[in-house]
Design a protein around this ligand. Structure first.
Ligand code: CUA
Length: 228
């Protein structure tokens, strides 16, 4: 999770988030190079007195400064497209989780195991224990097995919500009447926090997501102890 003064991206917990971080760093590097070059050129304009009264056109230079930026943009566009298709790839998921956004809580369904379903509410500040995280912890966590391809189906019951967990690189809108799908692969155990990221009403800030990533045998134990 994000803690004080962490203004960058969170540590990744999935290969897709790792790729997203690589792409972010790549794009940022290109951005810095362009900013430095343009900044230097603009700054230097203040200090030159070159005047050419007969300069009306320059076909060559215009060709160069049109094509060159286009090529630079390709270096962002092609990896971006690769990542986009990578994020949408479904790799034979072994678990499917359905999450439904409500005003203002999430409810979850594990349809392929005993039809487990439960609501997940934020723990209010006055009921928080000393080790709890304010506005982030929930009463019922989403338990998921690590090292398994997981599919998530997102929808909503009232207004648009968005199921967002930064460490997993997942952000899917839950829209009433539609079922959105994405998938991820959690590669370490731990707690991963997320929040709704679609402005969905007065208590939008108070419908967090907590993923508890556990070893597969622990997950199976949890699933079989839940005969609801
Ligand atoms: Cu649900 Cu914002």
């Amino acid at each position: 999770m994000s803690t004080w003064a962490n203004l960058g991206l969170q540590d990744s917990a999935s290969p897709l988030m790792e790729q997203l971080i690589f792409f972010h760093d790549h794009a940022l590097l290109i951005l810095v190079m362009i900013t430095v070059l343009v900044g230097y050129l603009m700054f230097m304009l203040f200090f030159n007195n070159y005047v050419n009264r007969f300069l009306l056109h320059g076909q060559l230079i215009e060709m160069i400064w049109t094509i060159l930026p286009a090529i630079i943009l390709l270096f962002i566009a092609l990896p971006s497209l690769r990542l986009l298709y990578l994020l949408d790839e479904i790799n034979e998921p072994s678990v499917t989780l359905k999450s439904i956004g409500h005003q203002w809580y999430w409810s979850y369904e594990y349809s392929d195991f005993n039809n487990i379903e439960f609501d997940s509410y934020m723990i209010p500040t006055n009921e928080l224990t000393t080790d709890g995280f304010r506005l982030l912890d929930v009463d019922n966590r989403v338990i998921l097995p690590m090292n398994s391809q997981t599919r998530i189906l997102v929808t909503a019951a009232d207004v648009i919500h968005s199921w967002t967990v930064p460490a997993l690189g997942v952000k899917v809108d839950g829209t009433p009447g539609r079922l959105n799908q994405t998938n991820f692969f959690i590669n370490r155990p731990g707690l991963f926090y997320g929040q709704c990221s679609e402005i969905c009403g007065a208590n939008h800030s108070f419908m967090p997501i907590v993923i508890e990533s556990v070893p597969v045998n622990h997950f199976i134990k949890w699933i079989s102890s839940n005969n609801s």
